[in-house]
Design a protein around this ligand. Sequence first.
Ligand SMILES: [Zn+2]
Length: 442
Amino acid sequence: MKPGFYAVIGNSDYIKINNRKVPIWELLEHQPTGWLCSLQTRPEVIPENTPIIWDCGAYSYREQDYPTINGRYVDAYYVIHKYRLRSKAGDIIVSPDNLLMGDNINWRRQFNLENATNFIKAADSLPDRIPMATIHGLSLQEKLSNAIALYTMGYRHLGIGGLVRSASDYSGNLQIIRAIVEKLRSVDSSVHLHVFGLCAPKYASAFQEMNLSFDGSTHARTAFTEGIFLINSGKDIVRYPLSHAPRCLCRVCQMVKKYGINPHYWGKGRNHDSARMAHNLNQLLVTIDNISNHERIYLISGCGKQLYHPAPARELYCSQLFQASRDYVQNLNAKWFILSPLHHTIHPNQLIQPYDKSPHSMSEDERSAWATTVTQQLVQIAADEDTEFVFLTGRLYREKVIFQTRSHGYKTRTIANNLGIGQKLAWLKAQILVNRQQTLNL
Ligand SMILES: [Zn+2]
C-alpha cells in the first residue's frame, strides 16, 4: 500500500454538465494517492484504476449500543460480503471496529478483537485485497499492546483510529502516532501504517516524513457544511469565508467557469457546492504536493515555428505556446526538459539546429519507439524513483511516454491538458502572474 493522502469519497462527488456526471477527480490538478470509501455511502461515481480503502465508517455508528449499517448488524462476515461486492483487486479492506467511548467500552474492546480475528481469516477468500485492522486504546499503553496484538494476528497494514476528536491537539496526537510507528517498526520495519481522519497540512508533513498514509474529508466538510473556500499558500492552506474569498485560477475553477458554475456561490444549487468541494480538494492536494520533497521534472513540447539558425533549445522555438510554457516552468525555478520528435529529450541549454519534424508525421510504431527512447532518457535524468514528471505537452508528446514512465514506477501528472491553445496560454500567463504576486507578497 502506498503512503500518501487518500481523499474520502461522498455519495455524489460529481458536477452535472450537459447531463453528464463529471467526477471531481477529472477536474483536479493533482490526484490523491487513493480514496477512502465507507460502506455507509453509495457513491454514484467511483474512481477507477486507483486504490480505495474500504471501511465501515465507525464514526457514524459511534453512538449506537452495537454497530449497524443500514439496519444490518456489522461483523467481520457481513463486511467481507460487502467488500467482495464493492472492492477490486489491490484495494484495502478494513476490519469492522468500534470507537472506545460510552458506557460499554469493554464490550467494544471485545468486539474489535473478535472481529479482527475473524476478519483476517475471512479475508483469505479475497487474496488480492489488503486486509487492515484499526488500533484502538484509551491510553497509549493500550494502543501499543493492541497494535502488537493485531500484528500477531497477521495484520501487516494497521490503521490508527480514534484521534479525530482530539485533532486540534497536534503535538499530543503526533506523540501517540510516533510511539505506535516506532513500536511496530521495531518489530517489523515493513509494516504499513495509516492514520484515519487527519489531513491538515501540519499533519500531512509529519506523516510524509514517517512514510504513512492518511485520509480526510476536509474538502467536503468545508465546502458543504462550513461554506469555506480553501486557498493554497505554499506549504499551508488558508481558510476564507465565501464572502471574502479571492478569485481563483486553479484548474477546477477555470474548467467549471465555462459552464456558468461558480464555486463561490452559496445556496444556489448543488453544482456550485460540488465545484467548491473539488476546488477545496484541489487546493489541499496542491498543498500536500508542495510539502513533499520529491523531485519534479517539467516537460514541454518543442513545437511550432523555429529560428532559422542554430540556438540553445530554450530559444529555438518561437511559438507563443512554447514561450509561455517555458516562462511558466522558469518562473517556478523548476527542472525542465524539452521533448522533440527529432531529438527526443533535450536539455534547454543544448545547442540545436532548426529541423522539420512533427509527431503528426510519425507512424504509430515510430511514436512508440520514440516514447521508449524518451522514457529511457527520463529514467537517466531522474534523481530517484520518487521523481514526478509533469507534462505540459500536447497529447501525442505525452500519451505513450506517460504509460512507459509509469510502468517504470514514476509518478506523472499533466497540467492544463484539457484546455484549447488560447485557454492554455491564458492559464499559463495567469499562473505566472499569481506566482509573481505571491513572491512579491502583494
Ligand atoms: Zn479554484
